[in-house]
Design a protein around this ligand. Structure first.
Ligand SMILES: [Zn+2]
Length: 317
């Protein structure tokens, strides 16, 4: 038996057949069109039928269909409440796709689905309560408690990037000031790197970016630090302290078995996690006697969307 995972994005919709071990058997992508969502999901239905035909499978071989979608999702009802990426409002996605395919459909926010994917099929397989932080343009994430995705009220959960790290700190897109996202995202690391470079004209980071600040990215400080640049070392220390302070808060609230980092910055692997572990140990993981969570980096990477969506079905069966 197999799962179907559908990853809806602003530009493409990827669908895949996933086996019970979490491997993608076959996948395809179609363009996200500016058409009513009902018509779009009918096209996804056709996409799934083609995938099954190409694999000599039928709907009888499928346990169910999981869909990861950006925005606020009511998982229980399978409704996309609002998605700014897709411009979909109050769309009954589950009803439409179930009618087209005849299979059970489960819908969740894409970041939540990716988190569940890491817990069921990825790096956090051996852990039950897991917090995932996606360190990219912003900070996204998801919460899994006792192997179940925490979906909150109407799917409006896991805005983990918008806890306040610095009262009256930097303004955030959400309307508040000092959000974690403003200090721990890849965007924040780039900003910190530039700030330190401007104060330290002798840093080798200037050479690394051809003396052009626009070329600074999330890797600049990590790369130059390895080459012994002192300013880069201070940038990374600052960034790690911000990221770790947020993690200490999540440790105190959830007492997770594991924290998983995803997104661009997570590609640093042990170079990132070892330092966060060092910081968290200094503060005893938020509270004396706290059990130590594993600090990990995401494994599913490019296929996280499809496998995460498939894990929504795997959680049920
Ligand atoms: Zn915010």
């Amino acid at each position: 038996m197999y799962y179907i995972g559908v990853d809806i994005g602003g530009t493409t919709i990827k669908s895949g057949i996933v086996d019970r071990a979490g491997n993608i058997v076959l996948k395809s992508a179609i363009t996200t069109e500016k058409i009513p969502p009902k018509q779009q999901m009918e096209k996804v239905g056709e996409q799934i039928i083609k995938l099954l035909q190409s694999s000599n499978l039928s709907f009888d071989d499928v346990l169910g269909i999981g869909v990861g979608c950006p925005g606020a999702i009511n998982g229980k009802k399978g409704i996309v409440g609002y998605s700014s990426n897709l411009k979909w409002t109050n769309f009954h996605l589950k009803d439409v796709l179930e009618r087209v395919t005849g299979k059970t459909v489960r819908v969740a926010n894409d970041a939540d689905a990716a988190t569940l994917g890491e817990v069921i099929f990825g790096v956090a397989k051996d852990y039950k309560t897991v917090i995932m932080l996606t360190l990219g343009t912003g900070v996204g994430g998801g919460i899994v408690i006792d192997k179940k995705l925490y979906e909150g009220t109407n799917g409006m959960v896991a805005e983990l990037g918008h806890i306040v790290l610095r009262a009256n700190g930097l303004p955030c897109g959400c309307g508040r000031k000092g959000c974690f996202e403003q200090y721990a995202s890849a965007t924040a690391l780039v900003r910190i790197t530039k700030e330190y470079m401007l104060k330290n004209k002798d840093s080798s980071m200037w050479n690394a970016v051809d003396f052009n600040l626009d070329k600074v990215d999330g890797k600049t400080a990590f790369v130059c630090e390895k080459q012994g640049d002192k300013t880069a070392k201070r940038v990374i220390a600052k960034y790690i302290s911000y990221l770790s302070e947020g993690c200490l808060d999540y440790c105190n609230i959830f007492r997770p078995d594991a924290i998983v980092f995803g997104g661009g910055i997570s590609k640093e692997g042990a170079n990132l996690t070892d330092r966060v572990v060092g910081y968290l140990e200094k503060y005893e993981y938020g509270y004396k006697g706290t059990p130590k969570p594993a600090i990990l980096t995401a494994k599913l990477q490019n296929d996280a969307g499809i496998i995460g969506a498939a894990s929504l079905v795997a959680e049920e069966f």
